[in-house]
Design a protein around this ligand. Sequence first.
Ligand SMILES: NC(=O)c1ccc[n+]([C@@H]2O[C@H](COP(=O)([O-])OP(=O)(O)OC[C@H]3O[C@@H](n4cnc5c(N)ncnc54)[C@H](OP(=O)(O)O)[C@@H]3O)[C@@H](O)[C@H]2O)c1
Length: 282
Amino acid sequence: MSAASHGRAGDLSVGTAVGPSAYRRGMDEPRSGGPGRPRVVVTTTASLDGRITPSRAERLLEKGVFDRWRAAWPGDVDDLHEQRRAWIEEHHAPTVTLEGSGTFVADEVESAYAPAGSAPDDDLPADHLPRRAPRWFVVVDARGRVDWTYFGDDTTALLVLVCRSTPPGYLARLREVGVGYLVVGDERVDLAMALQRLGDTLGATCVVSDGGGGLNGALLRAGLVDELHVVTFPALVGGLGTPSFVDGPPLSPGGEPTRVRPLGVVTGAGGSTWARYAVDPS
Ligand SMILES: NC(=O)c1ccc[n+]([C@@H]2O[C@H](COP(=O)([O-])OP(=O)(O)OC[C@H]3O[C@@H](n4cnc5c(N)ncnc54)[C@H](OP(=O)(O)O)[C@@H]3O)[C@@H](O)[C@H]2O)c1
């Protein structure tokens, strides 16, 4: 892909970060997000048609799926990932990575801790924060579907975002295995409240959301995305219903697309790109 084909030759160049004006503008982006909450930076790796996994039924964490996905990458994708990681680290110093439950379990999976007919517990335990760490791996899981075998390490603590309707048995299980959680919302995780609490409780000034289209779509519709970094590799997946990097609820009739402000593109030797955008408050 040539710089000229984008029609913004000043901002786009092969193998270098970005044109000077866009780069300066990017440098000036504030570190935090909207009032009282951390900045939200969405990162994703997508095929040319915006797909983020081979099919709805396959998650990249499953054995064999990621290898098949990665086999379609030219050799430049790892380098673009590293450039993106380094850029975000230098400019935003994020301490929180955010994921959705869909990265870990299939759509049809139900909580093993929610017996049929069980009512929400009015004595639902409050936030639980058994330990702190310099970095946090935070997962939205209101339905209590992910049965964790990874609990973090010395550098990174696992933290689950739940709500008042999360099965109490699941919260008990998190306590049993020493995993922290924040109760944010009633029927679902309230993402705006969750971000506010990640700022207040963990001191986070930037959250990198590395989730799938469901989480990204919910963040977008809630007006909570500040910046978007898309690594696109030259392959097509296709398929109606194949997850894309922004899914979630469709625009309501007459709704307008969210405009984004291009900040720059790096094109790798194999034709993959790392494109950076700001999402300005509407
Ligand atoms: N290529 C990549 O860069 C990349 C990155 C990540 C994932 N993936 C792939 O993407 C697929 C998963 O995508 P997905 O869309 O199924 O899963 P997802 O992005 O994890 O979406 C579901 C998550 O969003 C939450 N959510 C949705 N709407 C919400 C709302 N209105 N308010 C609060 N929370 C809301 C759900 O919460 P509850 O759980 O509380 O219901 C759940 O945690 C997998 O195949 C994975 O491998 C690819």
